[in-house]
Design a binder for this molecule. Structure first.
Ligand code: F6R
Length: 596
């Protein structure tokens, strides 16, 4: 989510760090900063992009330093919340990418012990913890501190009195060492290093690096030494920014297990919502546009099942002009960008009508957050591809978490059910990964649709909206007309359109609609349409009816949109790639739609 870089060598650190940070801006850029060991630690940071930081930076000298470009997750984008952070005495500097799950607990303990905090971030707890453990050896203090930390992190730390090393560590967030001549680097991404070196060594989870001018040592947090090979990479800068993937969209599809994991960290259920809710709502109205609207349609099934409250889902562009009965309504607005004009207008209208409002968004400090009573951040990290993928999946995660929370508030979920749902949620990153592991097979199935004139996506119940999303993803990047349909509705008209040139993607997990769905597959096959079925592993029926089958792990049906969405994203991607379409920037589309 954030970009981090550290330098130690014989050259001035500040210009090197600034250049590296510019290479990382694609990871997010709401604020930036750097710290350099001079006589003291010289630390400069501000809201805005790297250029702004550079323009206002005084001349600072020092041959070891750290730089950070931020994509906010805890605390709004501001100078105070920008990295690096210093300890109370200004001797230790830290940069961090990730989420410290138990930061509130650590913070309150450290405040009791006399530490002074200056920001709202999760990271600041860590620098004070290292200060507490520091006894003349930075590496030891970092290791001691990390034993008390839960969450995901890539960190780099320096101490004013140890100007011969940087200490860095990783758990579930990327970290790579760059090896130069009499200079070394540490960074979240290879893109930060490529201007200086193509020799890298990867840091793994639970490892700590001591980086000096002449080399590096890796050991585990527990102190076991680790040996690591140095690799030479041949990526261009563009390859590096895309993490070696051909398109941002593909990179973002493959980032989904991590995005889901980050989204879940520390908040099942999200009890902070209790603080502003009184439990009085009797209706939930979900409002969103495009892909976020599809997430909302899936949310209806989740909320109704978990909290037994009736849910209405409406498009942002329609809500303002409707006249709903709005007493005791909780309004949930979903928007990855937080800037969609129709959704913002709906949020204002909902407030005017006196409703409680919650936003689900990916962008900290975005406009929607200023319009609502409560914001739930999806923590997917920056999404560059115009077609929403990881932001959509994490919107679903947000809806499951909110659904469980509403179930608790309304006392409609038994303890055993909560445990069961929570356990499924924790496994979602693994389920998403196992779909990604089948990417080659999904590609083969996708290639059967490259010359289609139209494609139908069909599903029932909670996977009717997944079908809508599959069709939207498909048409927006491949430019082939596609339509999502409730499988039972085909016979009321669209069957007339079916030909051998109109493939049908049939979503058929084993839920209470499964038998009916099999009937619908037979219906379309009989009209000559080729069928790609998506079903659960070990389903032996589907292969008898469909031309191709894509299997996903068997999850409780209410959670099936997660693995199935990964399949439909990949289908769309591979068809668009084969047709040489502009995948990351489809024609006529924009990442955030700020006009009504
Ligand atoms: C499709 C897509 C769009 C957005 C829609 C709403 O892949 O990304 O349909 O979902 O423009 O955007 P947000 O979620 O930013 O409100």
């Amino acid at each position: 989510m954030c970009g981090i870089v550290g330098y130690i060598g014989e050259n001035e650190a500040a210009p090197i760090l600034l250049r590296a940070l510019k290479r990382l801006e694609y990871r997010g850029y709401d604020s930036a900063g750097l710290v350099v060991v001079d006589n003291d630690l010289a630390c400069y940071k501000d809201k805005g992009m790297i250029d702004a930081l550079e323009q206002n930076l005084p001349k600072i000298s020092g041959k070891i330093g750290l730089g950070h470009t931020r994509w906010a997750t805890h605390g709004k984008p501001s100078k105070e919340n920008a990295h690096p952070f210093l300890d109370c005495k200004g001797k230790i500097g830290i940069i961090h990418n990730g989420i410290i799950e138990n930061h509130l607990e650590l913070r309150s303990q450290l405040i009791k012990e006399g530490h002074k905090f200056t920001s709202e971030t999760d990271t600041e707890a860590l620098v004070h913890l290292i200060e507490k453990h520091y006894n003349g050896n930075l590496e030891k203090a970092v290791k001691e501190s990390l034993k008390q930390v839960h969450g995901s992190y890539a960190i780099a730390v320096i101490h004013k009195d140890e100007n011969d090393n940087i200490v860095a560590a990783r758990c579930e967030s990327p970290l790579v060492i760059g090896i130069g001549s009499k200079e070394n680097f540490i960074a979240s991404d290879i893109a930060a290093l490529l201007d200086y070196t193509n020799k890298v060594a990867y840091v793994m989870d639970n490892e700590v690096v001591k980086l000096t001018r002449n080399g590096f040592e890796i050991s585990t947090v527990q102190g076991e030494p680790v040996s690591r090979n140095v690799e030479t990479i041949s990526w261009s800068m563009e390859d590096a920014e895309k993490g070696g993937y051909e398109h941002y969209m593909l990179k973002e599809i493959f980032e989904q297990p991590m995005a889901i994991h980050n989204s879940l960290l520390g908040r099942i259920p999200d009890l902070t919502i209790n603080e502003f809710m009184n439990g009085k709502f009797t209706t939930i109205r979900i409002i969103a546009c495009g892909t976020s609207y599809h997430a909302g349609l899936i949310g209806k099934y989740i909320f109704e099942n978990f909290s037994k409250v009736p849910v209405v889902v409406e498009m942002g562009s329609e809500y303002r002009y409707s006249e709903p009965i709005h007493e005791n309504t909780l309004v949930v607005l979903i928007t990855q960008s937080g800037e969609t004009a129709d959704t913002l207008a709906a949020a204002r209208e909902a407030k005017r009508r006196g409703n409680m409002t919650i936003a689900i968004t990916n962008v900290v400090g975005s406009s929607i957050t200023r319009e609502v009573d409560y914001t739930f951040y999806t923590r997917a990290g920056p999404e560059i591809g115009v077609a929403a993928t990881k932001t959509f999946i994490t919107q679903l995660v947000a809806l499951y978490i909110l659904g469980i929370t509403f179930g608790l508030i309304k006392r409609t979920l038994e303890y055993d059910k909560i445990r069961e749902h929570t356990s499924t949620l924790r496994k979602l990153p693994r389920y998403a990964q196992s779909v990604l592991d089948e990417a080659e097979h999904i590609k083969k199935c996708a290639l059967t649709m490259v010359d289609a004139t139209d494609v139908f996506y069909i599903g029932r119940n909670i996977n009717y909206p997944t079908a809508l999303e599959g069709a939207l993803k498909f048409k927006e990047i491949s430019y082939i007309h596609a339509e999502g349909y409730p499988a039972g509705e085909l016979k009321h008209g669209p069957l007339a359109l079916l030909t051998p040139q109109t493939p049908v993607v049939a979503i058929a997990p084993k839920d209470h609609t499964y038998d009916k769905l099999l009937g619908n597959i037979s219906e379309v096959s009989a009209r000559g349409s080729p069928v790609i079925a998506i079903g659960y592993q070990d389903d032996t029926e589907l292969s008898k009816l469909a031309d191709n089958v894509i299997y996903v792990p068997e999850v409780p049906p209410l959670f099936s949109p997660v693995p199935i969405s990964v399949v439909v994203q990949l289908l769309a991607y591979y068809v668009a790639r084969e047709r040489k379409c502009s995948i990351d920037k489809p024609r006529h589309l924009a990442k955030s739609v700020t006009v009504e």
